[in-house]
Design a protein around this ligand. Structure first.
Ligand code: SF4
Ligand code: SF4
Ligand code: SF4
Length: 193
């Protein structure tokens, strides 16, 4: 598979499409891979019926990388979620940017951007080949991170609710002189500086 991870074959990534072909799905839907990929698949699976490329699953992908027009980015993070290889970085409400070395040009970040500030720039064959060589591993890592974060967040939520309840209970049982404590902190800070 060509490893754009673009999902145009109607599956989330190249590995998933390969698995689907193995379980009987039509093998002619990787338009970005073109005739070259189609011939490789036919050689490999030796199908009874030879199909031509199904262009309904296109269009092809030229050599391109995404580029964020930084002054226009509102930091909504939607492109990060959409990128299959974690090629976009940025913090919520702050400017985002693309790590061009690993961008396959798959275009998945373009539609979710609410302010349309991602453009596609032409690049070399070598750059795209390098990005595609890394993309299968990066795709798996992204999947793992997503799953782990979900589990972690779920676990942390429970932990946090428990902790908050415990702290509130302790505070209720204590009489705290807020003013005296504040004064103490201010004095300590003053002494330190
Ligand atoms: S390159 Fe895109 S269309 Fe081709 S197999 Fe990979 S994800 Fe599917
Ligand atoms: S930055 Fe955009 S075009 Fe590049 S790999 Fe990620 S989603 Fe695809
Ligand atoms: S989707 Fe667009 S506006 Fe939102 S963070 Fe990405 S580039 Fe910025």
């Amino acid at each position: 598979m060509p490893q754009y991870q673009c999902g145009r074959c109607d599956t989330p990534g190249c590995r998933d499409y390969a698995l689907e072909i193995a379980s009987g799905k039509p093998y002619n839907r990787c338009v970005p891979g073109g005739e070259e990929t189609l011939i490789k698949i036919i050689d490999l699976i030796q199908p009874k019926k030879i199909l031509s490329l199904d262009h309904d699953y296109g269009p092809p992908i030229p050599n391109q990388v995404a580029h964020i027009i930084e002054e226009e980015c509102i930091g909504c993070k939607k492109c990060i979620d959409a990128c299959p290889v974690n090629a976009i970085h940025g913090a919520p409400n702050l400017m985002h940017s693309v790590i061009e070395d690993i961008c396959t040009g798959c275009e998945l970040c373009i539609p979710p951007c609410p302010v349309d500030c991602i453009e596609l720039l032409e690049t070399s064959d070598t750059q795209i080949q390098n990005a595609k060589n890394m993309s299968a591993d990066l795709y798996v890592i992204k999947e793992q991170i997503d799953n782990k974060s979900r589990i972690k967040i779920k676990h942390k939520n429970k932990e946090n609710i428990g902790l908050a309840e415990e702290i509130n209970q302790r505070l209720e049982n204590r009489s705290i002189d807020k003013e005296a404590n504040l004064k103490l902190i201010q004095e300590r800070l003053l002494n330190k500086s």
